[in-house]
Unconditional design. Structure first.
Length: 408
């Protein structure tokens, strides 16, 4: 089997397993899907990559090349972007508990926009700022996007965002109206992840646009990310052009209905840019049969993909060279960690595999590497990018020495 023209066996030989593999042409295509379709004649538009899905220097360079902006949620993510020579003015800084230190780091490094999440943060920022800084306010719009409960972020008791006209909201607006340096530019909302139902976005549009009516100047609205991708055949994502065009037309209609002038509309896709362009390659080790199950053990697991253990995420896989054989075995793909829950895929259909065969899991490009861990002192796998049939190493495999480098 090949990814973007390169044989998996060749990748195994060159880089070993477990290995994260990305099809760069696919990533760029996804970016273009948003960039070309998220446009309006009524207001400016901007597409941000939510970098927590894959925050590494190489993808940030690609964002730069594509003129995309960046959503960062920590000092570490901002630092990575700066080291990849990304223009800090195009960085949007998110997070519900940015410390004084985080905020100061952002201010010192001229980060373009800080998306404030709560009253305490606005107060902190107001006391720290010594020059003009653009502020957006994250709102809790109370729209539930019906995904898995761990990834829903906009119910009324969410740790994220402010409720419109709540005490905190009124206090924030009071501070902003008097502040010498904090320049309020608009509202943000993010209603969850892996969303397939565009109605969830429509319900929110009406609210977000109505918030703008309290202001005498045109605001910016940031609609966040959360656009669903295909992990297994149970998922039916909506294509980027339709997502983009629907969001645009929904807001265009809404501002017309409510007679609001908008300056700019922004979106922050993360998962949908990189998930399906990413694969993880493993080598099958031992196999085992229990009274009710058959296991294939792989040389990675929850340390390179925590999502199945964390929220029962589902994946599909294949055995290299056996993709077209009858899938007449029901097997569970288990990692090598000392945790019974370290299962990458339960009860999937595969042909009979042998020790030494390569197993590939699909759609692992988002929240795989960035959620990886050194549990059991596993070494973080390497990342290979393949563009136009050429592979290149963009993150090398961690070494044993690096594993204990900070231990005194
Ligand atoms: C996580 C997150 C995103 C990206 O979500 P995806 O599901 O990866 O598209 C965008 N905006 C905010 C504020 C987020 O927290």
């Amino acid at each position: 089997m090949k990814i973007n023209g390169v044989e998996l066996k060749e990748l195994k030989e060159k880089y070993d397993t477990p290995l994260y593999i990305y099809d760069v042409n696919h990533i760029k295509n996804n970016m273009d899907g948003y960039l070309n379709n998220f446009k309006s004649k009524e207001f400016q538009t901007e597409v941000l990559f939510a970098s927590k899905a894959l925050n590494i220097k190489e993808i940030i360079r690609i964002c730069n090349e594509k003129n995309m902006s960046l959503d960062c949620v920590s000092k570490g993510e901002i630092y990575t972007a700066l080291k990849a020579s990304f223009d800090p003015k195009r960085i949007y800084f998110h997070g519900n508990n940015k410390s004084y230190d985080d905020l100061k780091f952002a201010l010192d490094n001229n980060v373009g926009v800080i998306i404030c999440d709560n009253l305490g943060e606005v107060e902190a920022l107001n006391s720290l700022a010594t020059k003009k800084i653009k502020i957006m306010l994250r709102m809790n719009v109370g729209v539930d996007a019906h995904t898995h409960k761990f990834i829903v972020t906009a119910h009324v008791d969410s740790k994220f965002g402010v409720l419109y006209k709540s005490d905190d909201y009124n206090k924030i607006m009071d501070i902003l109206s008097k502040s010498k340096y904090l320049e309020f530019i608009g509202f943000h909302s993010h209603i969850g992840s892996q969303i397939f139902d565009l109605n969830a976005f429509k319900a929110r549009a009406e609210k977000m646009v109505s918030y703008c009516k309290d202001f005498t100047y045109p605001l910016e609205l940031n609609l966040g990310g959360g656009y669903g991708v295909h992990y297994t055949n149970d998922d039916s994502p909506i294509s980027f052009d339709i997502v983009s065009k629907t969001l645009i037309s929904t807001i265009e209609n809404e501002i017309k209905n409510q007679n609001v002038k908008l300056k700019k509309l922004l979106i922050e896709p993360g998962r949908s840019i990189v998930a399906e362009a990413g694969y993880t390659l493993y080598t099958i080790g031992y196999k085992k049969k229990t009274p009710n199950k058959e296991y294939y053990f792989i040389d990675g697991g929850m340390t390179d993909n925590i999502r199945p253990a964390l929220y029962q995420a589902k994946y599909d896989c294949d055995i290299d060279g056996k993709e077209n054989l009858a899938k007449d075995h029901v097997v569970t793909i288990a990692g090598k960690c000392c945790e019974s829950g370290d299962l990458i895929i339960e009860n999937c259909k595969l042909p009979e595999a042998e020790t030494g065969d390569l197993l590939i899991t699909y759609t692992t490009g988002a929240y795989g590497y960035t959620m990886s861990s050194n549990y059991n002192k596993a070494l973080t796998p390497a990342i290979v990018f393949i563009e136009d049939g050429k592979d290149k190493l963009v993150v090398r495999r961690q070494t044993l020495d690096e594993l204990i480098e900070r231990e005194i």
